[in-house]
Design a binder for this molecule. Structure first.
Ligand code: ATP
Ligand code: MG
Ligand code: MG
Length: 348
């Protein structure tokens, strides 16, 4: 069978490897850290930093196609990898999504609604941004933010200095605060031939900046459901995208506002593992391997809940519940805020 290379050995790489194995592929993981969760299930693991061009070359030459579980892969590493094998989803998706300013500019260029935003480099540009956008607002680092890290909320213009200090000198953007009623996301897939398939949108609840639950079906009118599918397909087409993408959306009385995109399988798509014949991980593997997309129709109501840090103490109890499907990541060390697993509660 073909060999699929995966950059990143976390839980997403692990679940991608499991899906790949089910289709008869073997996976080769490249991961700088020791003992990655994906290493327990992948065929092969290379432990090397993304700066090691020799290791990158050997990795690329050992696989047929390269995909990834996170978007912050250094450009230089991508250059090396791409000179040997195709990277799917492609470079443009990574370029756009690695930087919140580039991302929001791209989305607006497609005619999609985003929060109002402005580039912030220093106190002067922050004050100008506040004057234009107003408060409340959120200051976010342009790069490397996740789980709400690298963000500071401004209740009033007086919060400018402390919010800027929180950025620790990193380039940032100011976003106007969106008064949403709730958050949803749509997990969309695009095949090598351009076919697009979307999973049913999920409704997301965050706790301490980290995704807590995703529930399907989401509260969405038929019209907004259609909007979600169309805007996702619009984004994928514009990027000539191959693979699965997560699109995070705010629901407002004025319609859907795009918060951010993730060029990979997404935590809010984990419900598909027990709600669909073909889940987001298999869908991604199918796409990057050049297969036709599979059947992602939802066949149950599902609530996905993340098991973070000490939530692992709930596992014995959850294991007794018949409507619960557990997915644990095999991480040895429990740390506060660390995603240790999740479960899907099947409601029908
Ligand atoms: P992720 O872990 O999903 O990658 P992240 O760190 O990239 O998260 P965002 O998704 O930008 O951060 O923001 C985290 C959460 O903060 C959002 O899901 C939403 O609840 C809230 N939030 C972000 N931006 C805004 C905004 N402009 N207006 C209102 N709420 C916001
Ligand atoms: Mg994000
Ligand atoms: Mg987010």
């Amino acid at each position: 069978g073909a060999v699929i290379g995966i950059l990143g050995g976390g839980q997403l790489g692990r679940m991608l490897s499991m899906a790949a194995a089910r289709l008869g592929f073997v996976t080769h993981i490249l991961e700088p850290g020791a003992n990655p969760p994906a290493g327990q299930v992948a065929h092969r693991v290379t432990t090397a930093p993304y700066e090691d061009a020799e290791a990158l070359t050997a990795f690329a030459q050992s696989v047929d196609v390269i995909t990834y579980e996170f978007e912050n892969i250094p450009t230089e590493a991508l250059d090396v990898l791409e000179s040997h094998r195709p990277i799917r989803p492609g470079r443009e998706a990574l370029r756009v999504s690695q930087d919140r300013l580039t991302e929001k500019t791209f989305l607006q260029g497609l005619g999609l609604n985003t929060a109002p935003f402005a580039d912030v480099t220093d106190l002067d540009s922050l004050q100008a941004a506040i004057e234009r956008i107003g408060t409340p607002a959120i200051l976010k680092t342009r790069r490397f933010g996740y789980d709400g890290k690298g963000q500071a909320r401004l209740k009033s213009p007086e919060d400018a200095r402390t919010a800027l200090a929180d950025m620790q000198g990193a380039p940032a953007i100011l976003e106007g605060f969106v008064n949403f009623s709730h958050e949803v996301s749509i997990i969309a897939a695009r095949g090598l031939d351009g076919q697009v398939a979307c999973f049913d949108p999920g409704e997301n609840v965050h706790r301490d900046g980290i995704l807590h639950t995703t529930t399907v079906p989401a509260r969405l009118s038929p019209a907004l459901r259609t909007d979600a599918v169309l805007l996702a397909a619009n984004i994928l087409n514009a990027l000539d995208y191959v693979g699965v993408m997560g699109v995070e959306l705010f629901v407002t009385p004025q319609g859907l506002i795009v918060n951010e995109i993730a060029p990979r399988v997404h935590n809010s798509g984990h419900w598909t593992q027990n709600g669909c014949a073909v889940d987001q991980f298999e869908q991604h593997i199918r796409a990057v391997a050049g297969w036709p997309l599979g059947d992602g129709q939802r066949h149950a109501d599902v609530m996905m809940e993340n098991l973070i840090g000490d939530d692992m103490d709930r596992v014995p109890e959850l294991a007794q519940q018949r409507d619960v499907a557990l997915h644990l990541y095999g991480k040895a060390e429990v740390k506060p805020g660390r995603k240790m697993g999740h479960f899907n509660r099947i409601k029908r």
